[in-house]
Ligand binder design. Structure first.
Ligand SMILES: C[S@@+](CC[C@H](N)C(=O)[O-])C[C@H]1O[C@@H](n2cnc3c(N)ncnc32)[C@H](O)[C@@H]1O
Length: 221
């Protein structure tokens, strides 16, 4: 009964670009307190071999937490970075976080369309963490095409997102999460569980509830 009511209240609602921007402008630094992200991001850093990266592109860079971690202690001193985010607050935080690397690391604000202003085949890592789970299907497709455009042959597409529960506890968490999302997507930052691994692309997909084995990035399609 409750489930039916929730379904009726919230069918097919997704946040618009303006709503996403407003939410993350207000949310700001609180993003770095989302503890569920930590172990998936650690896996992603390990599997993504960022120590060998020469040019990292990041879509939805948030506060720049991942960028500064990669630039400070994982990648080489020559590695370049280009990040983009829809939220002015996030871009300002990211710029502050990466300012000591300003000669080789920049970020900017976009209007929402999942495009990145870098040239074709410039990057060897394309990263996006906890962003695809708040994009429409159409935008996910555009973003994956953009990754394909910007990555060099053999480059790594590194994605992390919310996904479906795989244990009794995580299944309950997913049900609660979905219920909140359907009531009002803003309660959960516009994010809903998705399955990255079923996408028709070769990528390193790391999920909060489960880590998928990385498919071979050398055979990116
Ligand atoms: C859940 S947060 C994740 C932030 C960061 N990647 C992390 O893992 O901490 C989602 C981020 O994506 C950004 N975002 C959402 N939709 C976007 C879009 N269409 N274009 C650019 N950034 C977007 C938000 O502003 C926010 O910073």
């Amino acid at each position: 009964m409750v489930q039916i009511l929730i379904n009726k209240l919230g069918e097919n609602k997704m946040l618009t670009y303006n709503e996403v921007k407003r939410f993350y402008d207000d949310f700001g630094r609180k993003q770095d307190r989302q503890l569920y992200e930590e172990s998936a991001i650690n896996d992603l850093i390990e599997q993504g071999k960022f120590g060998e990266a020469k040019y990292i592109v990041e879509f939805g860079c948030g506060t720049g937490n991942l960028a500064s971690r990669l630039l400070k202690s994982v990648s080489s001193g020559e590695c370049q970075y280009r990040g983009v985010d829809i939220s002015q607050t996030m871009v300002a935080l990211c710029q502050k976080n990466i300012e000591q690397f300003s000669e080789r690391a920049t970020c900017y604000r976009n209007e929402g369309e999942p495009k990145i202003d870098v040239q074709n085949q410039i990057a060897d890592r394309f990263v996006s963490t906890y962003v695809l789970d708040l994009l429409t299907e159409k935008d996910v497709t555009t973003l994956l095409n953009e990754a394909h455009r910007t990555l060099l042959p053999g480059g790594y597409l590194c994605l992390a997102s919310l996904t479906h529960g795989v244990s009794p506890v995580s299944r309950v968490v997913e049900i609660l999460w979905r219920g909140l999302y359907k009531l009002n997507p803003s309660i959960v930052g516009g994010c809903r569980p998705i399955n990255l691994a079923e996408r028709p692309c070769k990528s390193i997909c790391v999920n909060s509830f489960k880590t998928s084995p990385a498919s071979d990035p050398e055979t990116r399609s």
